[in-house]
Design a protein around this ligand. Sequence first.
Ligand code: SF4
Length: 453
Amino acid sequence: MQVVRCHRRSSSNDVVVSTLPLYRSAPPLEVRLEDFELFAMDRLRVLKGISDGLSRGKKPEEIAKLAMDHWKANMRYPQATEDVNKDNISHFVLRLVYCRTEELRKWFLSMETALFRYRFHSESSEAQRALMSEFNLPYKAVSNAEFESVKDKLVQVARSMGQTLLPADAIFYKVPFEEVSELVAGRRVFIHKGHAYVAMNQVVSLVVTQFRSNLSKALILTNRKWTSTIREQEKDRLTPIVEALCTSYLGPDYSQPKEFAEISIKDIDQIAKTSFPLCMRHLFEKVREDHHLKHGGRMQLGLFLKGVGLKVDDALAFWKAEFAQKVGAERFDKEYAYNIRHNYGREGKRTDYTPYSCQKVILSTPGVGDHHGCPYRHFSEENLRAALARMGVGSRIVEDVIDKARNRHYQLACTLTFEAVHGSSCDAGINHPNQYFIESQKILQSKNGSMAQ
Ligand code: SF4
């Protein structure tokens, strides 16, 4: 595999090796299809880690630590050169995955920008300066002589912000003051003859803004290329991977019931009330009410029930008891039973199908008459309020949940609901409907001293 290194020249013209690429163009590398996917999944773990931290309201320094820990755990090789290749390849694969809708682009842009910010911070100051010059930002570092002439003023500004001393290796840039209006308004810079003296850690935000703007344009271009110019043959090969990555779930596998295995039909109504997340509770109530569910709903609920331990014969009995009331037993056997056995790997390719993750449920697009999807995303505010009230969530928490849902933090909204309903925290956050079920059963079991009935 060809190696891409990030050599840059510092202002003193020495070669500086930075591990942080600017992703200007896709690297000319031969990539095996499995690396294409694996590298992207590893990067996705880092971005999801940042996203979870942000939506749980962690402090910036906590998220920075989290991001770098995830980066080390998922993106590091013993050889630094391979790191750089993986970094480049995974970024460009995810561009393909996340360029395709406004919503995906927005998420990717925010997470990649946050990651860039934390990685930029962790670079040496030489590498940071080299990166800045690569962005062609027209700012010059203040010379030693000039620094000495304004040092007292800079110290005064630093003091006013609670810093006592300037670090010995402090670097300042002269920037036209109108370009840093926020810093000027906050009196966080010294201004002289139309220039603001901006400290290195303040310049970071200018670099990050530039990075974000470049990536935003690049995502639009990638989307255009993907839809118009990429060769059909290549598209056929890549589309299944790109689509799967977009909804890929990176947590534990819930295809087989693990803890609290086996639920029986006689317990199912009670368990649905106590331990199903809202998405499944809604589907369950609908099938009981209408004696029917369209395909999307049958898949979402059917695979969930399989994951929580409903055996195939019980599943057939459960669906038949409902559907027979609407379409008759004979039609059920002919048209619907096959699909249920199929989900359990008893028909067709005998694949064992996996219950849907939150990500997949949230990104689904229910149409008229469908009941699948995630209520925090797909319900109207009014319906969501009513559903939460039926679950026994108090009005103050309902407002918090609605606020999270409005701001598109659907899983966090679900986590808050879980915590309210169970009176217990869920630090890991909800990532999977089957995880919701297991966590719920754990709590109920410890409260009751035996399996909740
Ligand atoms: S966040 Fe996940 S578990 Fe909760 S309702 Fe939505 S899809 Fe279901």
